[in-house]
Ligand binder design. Structure first.
Ligand SMILES: [Zn+2]
Ligand SMILES: [Zn+2]
Length: 362
């Protein structure tokens, strides 16, 4: 009975030439056993290796030939990627009999902490390219969370749909579609960023920092590869490598004592004044509330981790942040968060006291 033929899986048709399925649909597509003539397969499972798929069927072999491999720290990897340099981000290969299919494999676990956002752009581009020439299957293991998240993002981007609209649209076709809560949060962020992953925007930086905070909590080493470049070392004035921005005056924060640049405006991660998880709202909201507060009134700046913050690299939960040039104390960092004087909690926090810096333009 073990060898009884498995009936051909029929994946769900989401849009013209776009299908949504599980691991069985992938096996069928890659072995030409599917009723659909697939040309492209996007695998979003725990391992990028084809063996993850072939292991599902005893004796199954699927020929592959690698076309491209992208690892963190090079082409296509976001600048502040939480992935350690060298970690595999995705593989593109020819697969199946006669190597007639193109498969892109993205290793992704179905957990709320997993970074889906950084994989969206290449995945959606792959679907776009595939649909131009043939039929595309997007699959994960169960066809519930990971592949649904990718397809929802695709519908959002191509049809300018909100997260709710795109999810509803997919659920009309497949009731099983159910991205996990962490993915839903990231898809919401994708919507707020205008259906693209803008690594320079504050929303993205806040998300990245939250992921870093989780990694820290799980005991992972936070290496300097996740820190942004030291703005005090980059040529912001003088011979600018980006001449298109030559005339844009940037706000810089300098150590009051020695004038060294500590951070620039791009490094600042904004927070909503007085809207932290546990601010004193029971008291302050009633008296006119802190909602009228402006971040300019806060006595602290919260910035992303920068390469000059060497004590952070040593792995401490919290510590002082001092000027790397003159040693003057500038602020604190704390992976569990710091409360701003406006009441808002920022977690994790890399805090600079405004009283310790001067604002200028470069
Ligand atoms: Zn200094
Ligand atoms: Zn504040």
């Amino acid at each position: 009975m073990d060898t009884a033929p498995i009936p051909p899986a029929v994946p769900d048709l989401v849009r013209d030439r776009l299908f949504f399925g599980n691991i069985n649909d992938a096996v069928a597509a890659l072995t030409a056993a599917s009723p659909i003539d697939f040309t492209h397969v996007l695998s979003v499972v725990s391992s990028a290796s084809i063996s993850f798929i072939t292991d599902c069927r005893p004796g199954l072999a699927i020929p592959t030939e690698e076309v491209r491999r992208v690892v963190a720290g090079e082409d296509g990897a976001p600048p502040v990627s939480g992935a350690a340099p060298g970690r595999l981000l995705r593989v593109v290969e020819r697969a199946g009999e006669g190597l007639r299919l193109t498969r892109m494999a993205v290793p992704l676990r179905d957990t709320e902490e997993e970074n889906l956002l950084d994989h969206l752009d290449p995945c959606l581009d792959f679907i776009d390219e595939g649909r131009k020439v043939g039929n595309v299957l997007v699959h994960c293991f169960a066809g519930i969370s990971r592949s649904a998240s990718i397809i929802v993002a695709y519908l959002m981007r191509t049809e300018q749909k909100s997260l709710e609209e795109a999810l509803e649209s997919l659920r009309e076709i497949s009731e099983s579609a159910c991205p996990n809560d962490g993915f839903l949060e990231q898809l919401k962020l994708f919507e707020e960023m205008g259906f693209k992953v803008d690594t320079s925007c504050s929303l993205y930086k806040r998300f990245r920092l939250k992921l870093l905070g989780q990694s820290y909590k799980f005991g992972e080493k936070i290496g300097s590869h996740v820190f942004e470049d030291d703005p005090g070392l980059s040529p912001h004035s003088g011979s600018c490598h980006d001449t298109s921005k030559k005339d844009v005056r940037k706000t810089a924060y300098r150590c009051k004592k020695c004038r060294r640049i500590i951070a620039v405006q791009d490094n600042v991660i904004s927070h909503a004044p007085g809207e932290g998880e546990s601010c004193f709202n029971w008291n302050r909201r009633k008296n006119g509330g802190p909602s009228n507060n402006k971040e300019q009134d806060c006595s602290s700046l919260f910035i992303e981790p920068l390469k000059w913050m060497t004590p952070v690299e040593e792995g401490a939960l919290e510590g002082k942040l001092s000027c790397i040039h003159c040693g003057a104390r500038l602020g604190y960092f704390n992976w569990s968060g710091i409360q701003c004087n406006c009441g808002s909690w920022v977690t994790p926090a890399f805090q600079i006291s405004k009283s310790k810096v001067d604002v200028s333009t470069v």
